[in-house]
Design a protein. Structure first.
Length: 222
């Protein structure tokens, strides 16, 4: 227990967790929103470059993330965003968006086209059909994508360590401060490492019902 008291007693620990929470939530929401729209477009429409775009999604994780770090750092530095939370969010979105798009594409393909066609026959426009018919059926996919995007951002270290400065440090980067050249405070590291898992567990419990509701939601007209 004394390790938890020591770890939480630091003046920067709360700020680290708040920064991580802001970054992870923003990343998850952006990736989930853009990934849903992109996944729907890839699953339902045929357009030039569609196969090439899908190939890019699959190959996005074939290369190490460090290859993206330098060009991304230079680009954000030109816009004077290095050391800010938006810079970390943009970097994390670049990591999570391909996965979010691929996941949502798979979930959209599992929705029967007949439901959308019936809504169009009843007079719904394409956008209203997406909102009223397709989107409710994607609750399972949305919950899954949101959770995966949140976890990837919450645990990410490489981009956060390169793009954060002082007050924008996130929890994974902050834990490193307990390691010095002459001492490693294993107790404090273990305590913070345990506390870091709590937001992920809370989010999973909060989204758990959607995994079941998404199977049948939106399939009943009324």
């Amino acid at each position: 227990m004394e390790w938890y008291v020591e770890a939480l007693g630091g003046s920067n620990v709360v700020r680290w967790f708040v920064n991580s929470l802001i970054v992870a939530l923003a990343t998850a929401l952006i990736s989930c929103t853009v990934g849903t729209l992109a996944g729907y477009a890839l699953a339902r429409f045929v357009f030039p470059g569609r196969r090439f775009f899908m190939l890019l999604l699959v190959s996005a994780y074939l290369f190490p993330a460090i290859l993206l770090l330098m060009p991304l750092y230079l680009m954000l530095s030109n816009y004077r965003l290095v050391g800010t939370l938006p810079a970390i969010v943009l970097a994390h979105v670049a990591i999570t968006l391909p996965l979010a798009t691929y996941l949502m594409k798979s979930f959209v393909e599992s929705v029967p086209r007949e439901l959308e066609e019936a809504a169009l026959v009843d007079g719904c426009g394409p956008f209203r059909t997406f909102l009223r018919v397709t989107l409710p059926l994607l609750r399972t996919g949305l919950a899954t994508t949101l959770l995966f995007s949140f976890i990837l951002s919450w645990d990410e270290y490489l981009f956060a360590s390169a793009l954060s400065q002082g007050s924008t440090t996130t929890a994974p980067v902050g834990i490193q401060t307990f390691i010095s050249s002459f001492d490693v405070r294993w107790g404090a590291i273990m305590a913070l490492g345990t506390l870091v898992t709590i937001p992920v567990l809370v989010l999973f419990v909060a989204l758990q019902k959607n995994f079941e509701k998404g199977i049948t939601a939106g399939g009943v007209k009324g």
